[in-house]
Design a protein around this ligand. Structure first.
Ligand code: F6R
Length: 621
């Protein structure tokens, strides 16, 4: 949510570098963009180019000129509509200081009042503008120019969260600080240029050496050096971390959209997440990062998953898995609710935070709450080195690689892969699953990537169905048991990228209300695979048919019973998926739902990778 980038160094096209970095961060927010830079040889003035709209549109307003330091921002509006005035960077009254900010300054109203009383003139409706004026207050005091000291004093007064990058026309440096919103420093290859970014994707074309800032740290970058200090101005020694994925993995390649590429990457991603963890010969699953003694695993008396959005749906599936395979009572909590509901935690509670980005503010806040209340914590995270990855006591990385499409797809299948592995691992240690049953699961699990590939090979069938159904305004998604979270996830995908209203429901609940909505204008997506609730959902489908509702059913290939219902009926459609063990259908049912949402959005001309109002990582509570 909001992307920050900055450059200082030997290249005299800093502004272009920052624009390029911003375009790689745009999935974090895209309602306005802007840069601030100092021209080479004109150290006394800050130049700003900013406006409403996408990075590439704003860039058209920039005339290339020599600059060797620049900060930039791509915005997801929180306070103040999307407009040129509210776009970052924000300047102080003297136009000597420029600030880009990600996060929310919760006490901005009172700070603004104090600053206005002191004569500061505000021009935007944002919370962020208080930063430039507050820093101005502390800057140049007693004739000492020290931007980092002014920032250190200013941020001590803030409540809320921030990742900031700041420049002054009086000093050749960029200063960045963080509390709750990610800031990553990139170290140029010859240590003669430095970068700042909200995540590693924007750094990839330039360097793979990074230093993620921790909360409370301040980085001071000059052309040929960098320094990190803490809130007491004491130097902090930090290790340089390498980005593990390559540039290509963050590119779209031959695909029309990142989302499509990411959907098609799923067989590989499941394989990568399983690699070394699913032991076919031994018939077991093993997870190194869990670092729990057998006794500790046996003593878990309750699991609580905390997550948001798609990751929450992964957690909901995790609950079914943990309860069936490892026999551990499990709850799933919206991370945005968990922290504020005085959660009951004891020593036997394992709190598992699931997050693609590892930077979701609600999930981080809940993880911290859980730790404070004495829970054991574990993170299931995609982005290496992210806040949740660092703050959870134990961790399981999922190997989805960079996910750029705002709607999450491959991260979800990677997360559920980790959850299957984790519940099998716990089940074995707790002796709640027999060696024979576990071996059967392990063997079938290994076949899942191949089965997902088969569905992807037939993507055109789903496209044809989407071409017929994309014009409806509403959809009901039904699933039961393991496929209930998948119904929720399918509905979320459709809403996010096509803006078609969709509701996910546990199929058994249909008769308790939602059935009232069914008519010829309200189609249903029913997950009707051969598992233990097949007959029940079949009845739901009959009930829909009897009320003239259209439906699309996701069925197990070769299912003759469904075909009988559909005989002579071309109004309703089926999507076949390969047969698998009932436990593993979610892998095979979610993929057609992702593709269906994608093709509907495509047909409706939506911006698939950057749907309106959304941002990839939600770094504000
Ligand atoms: C949905 C989506 C969001 C995220 C949610 C959590 O497609 O992308 O719902 O799943 O914002 O994000 P992470 O997993 O990064 O914590």
């Amino acid at each position: 949510m909001c992307g920050i980038s900055a450059y200082i160094g030997k290249e005299n096209n800093a502004a272009e570098i920052v624009f390029n970095m911003l375009s790689r961060l745009e999935y974090r927010g895209y309602d306005s963009a802007g840069i601030a830079y100092v021209k080479e040889g004109k150290q006394d003035k800050i130049f700003v180019v900013k406006d409403k709209g996408m990075v590439e549109d704003v860039k058209k307003q920039y005339t290339p000129e020599h600059s060797d330091l620049c900060i930039g921002h791509t915005r997801w509006a929180t306070h103040g509509e999307s407009s040129k005035i509210n776009a970052h960077p924000h300047l102080d009254c003297k136009q000597e200081i420029a600030v880009v900010h990600n996060g929310i300054i919760e006490n901005y109203v009172s700070l603004k009042e104090i600053l206005e009383e002191k004569g500061h003139k505000f021009i935007s409706a944002t919370d962020s503008e208080v930063l430039s004026h507050l820093i101005e207050e502390f800057y140049n005091k007693d004739d000492v120019l020290n931007l980092e000291e002014a920032i250190r004093q200013a941020i001590a007064l803030l409540r809320g969260s921030y990742g900031i990058a700041v420049i002054s026309s009086k000093e050749e440096k960029i200063v960045a600080a963080r509390l709750g919103s990610p800031i990553i420093i990139g170290i140029g290859k010859d240590e003669d240029e430095y970068f700042i970014s909200s995540d590693t994707n924007a750094l990839l074309p330039y360097t793979n050496s990074t230093i993620p800032l921790n909360d409370g740290e301040i980085a001071i970058l000059t052309k040929n050096d960098y320094k990190i200090i803490n809130k007491d101005a004491l130097p902090v020694q930090k290790k340089i971390e390498k980005i593990l994925h390559d540039l290509q993995s963050a590119e779209k390649g031959e695909y029309a959209h990142y989302m499509l590429k990411e959907i098609f990457e799923q067989p590989r991603v499941i394989n990568e997440t399983m690699r070394g963890r699913l032991r076919l010969e031994e018939g077991i699953a093993k997870l190194g990062g869990v670092r729990m003694k057998k006794e500790e695993i046996r003593n878990i008396n309750r699991i609580v998953f905390i997550a948001c959005g798609t990751s929450l749906h992964a957690g909901m599936l995790g609950k079914y898995l943990m309860e069936e395979i490892a026999r551990i009572p499990t709850e799933v909590e919206y991370a945005s609710e968990f922290k504020y509901k005085f959660p009951v935690i004891d020593k036997g509670t394992l709190v598992i935070a699931i997050s693609q980005s590892g930077e979701t503010a609600d999930t981080i806040a809940s993880l911290r709450e859980a730790k404070e209340r004495g829970a054991n914590t574990l993170g299931i995270v995609n982005v290496v080195g992210s806040t949740i990855a660092r703050e959870a006591e134990k961790g399981v990385y999922v190997y989805a690689g960079p996910e750029i499409g705002v709607a999450s797809t491959k991260a979800f299948t990677a997360q559920i892969t980790a959850l299957y592995l984790l519940s099998m691992y716990f089940g074995r240690i707790r002796n709640t699953i027999s060696g024979f049953a576990l071996r059967e699961l392990v063997e079938e699990f290994a076949r899942i990537p191949g089965k997902v590939s088969k569905i992807l090979d037939d993507a055109d069938v789903i496209k044809d169905i989407a071409d017929e159904f994309y014009n409806y305004g509403d959809f009901l998604y039904l699933g039961r048991g393991y496929n209930f979270p998948i119904a929720l996830e399918g509905a979320l995908k459709l809403k996010e990228i096509s803006y078609i209203h969709a509701e996910g429901y546990p199929a058994g609940e249909m008769k308790h209300g939602p059935i009232a909505m069914i008519d010829e204008n309200f189609p249903t997506m029913a997950i009707l695979v051969k598992d233990n609730v097949y007959n029940k959902i079949m009845s739901n489908v009959e009930e829909i048919k009897a009320r003239h509702g259209r439906f699309i059913a996701i069925i197990t290939e070769g299912d003759e019973e469904v075909k009988k219902i559909l005989k002579g009926d071309d109004k309703n459609k089926v999507i076949s998926v390969p047969k698998t063990h009932p436990l593993f259908y979610p892998f095979l049912t979610v993929v057609p739902l992702q593709l269906f949402a994608y093709f509907c959005a495509l047909k409706l001309g939506r911006n698939v990778d950057k749907p309106r109002n959304l941002a990839k990582s939600v770094t504000v509570e």
